[in-house]
Write a protein that binds this ligand. Structure first.
Ligand code: 3PG
Length: 214
């Protein structure tokens, strides 16, 4: 997907759901990305949780032009640099550190920093980050927490991730400070292992239907 100067807003506003992808085999990366794109989901967070994750990002970046490969579970500068080199066009982190924030700016790659407390939001905002991942969303306070944050952090926008499913996604998406949600439910491990790409396309299409006009 040819978007010049991709921003965190572009990443968050492309679809109601960012899939949080865990890949154990490089061979699964391209068909999975194609299945998601066929269902209308283009922003793909490939988590750095498996030894093949970087290769998967590289394969999607090269072979699926309609997708935007991003890297998730990025915890330090070194991983951010490697992910960008592999072709990641956005980065998602489970927490926030200023060195990571600076590295992503230097790389010119949008970052969705993970936050779970007011202090973390303040640290990310100090460094210029206004779009964030709220992680782990359900465990850290869910919808009531986001409602409380909307007062002091009226200029922050969140992608809640962690514990989100088709059943509760709408509750989050209805909030004024939520642009999208993240989750693994649209990329189930068993569907990936079996190569059931049709199921993943169906789940992606259902996820697109969750859109809440604001
Ligand atoms: C993440 O890594 O961002 C979350 O663990 C995804 O959580 P979920 O499996 O509850 O969607």
């Amino acid at each position: 997907m040819a978007v010049k100067n991709l921003t965190a807003k572009d990443v968050m506003r492309d679809a109601p759901v960012i899939p949080v992808i865990v890949l154990n085999e490089v061979a699964h990366a391209v068909p999975l990305a194609r299945a998601l794109v066929a269902g209308g989901i283009r922003m793909l967070e490939v988590t750095l949780r498996t030894p093949v994750a970087m290769q998967c990002i590289e394969a999607i970046a090269k072979e699926v032009p309609d997708a935007v490969a991003g890297a998730g579970t990025v915890r330090n500068t070194k991983d951010a640099q490697a992910a960008a080199k592999a072709g990641a066009r956005f980065i998602v982190s489970p927490g926030y550190s200023s060195p990571l924030g600076r590295a992503c700016k230097e790389l010119g790659v949008p970052l969705l920093p993970g936050v779970a407390t007011g202090s973390e939001i303040m640290a990310a905002q100090d460094d210029g980050y206004m779009e964030m991942k709220f992680f782990p969303a359900l465990q850290a306070g869910g919808v009531p927490m986001l409602k409380s944050w909307h007062g002091p952090f009226f200029d922050a926008t969140f992608c809640p991730t962690g514990g989100i499913t088709a059943a509760n996604a709408r509750d989050f998406l209805a909030l004024p400070n939520v642009a999208c949600v993240g989750g693994t439910w649209i990329v189930p491990a068993d569907a990936i292992e079996k190569g059931d790409w049709g199921r993943i396309t169906r789940l992606a299409k259902e996820a697109r239907e969750l859109a809440c006009p604001k």
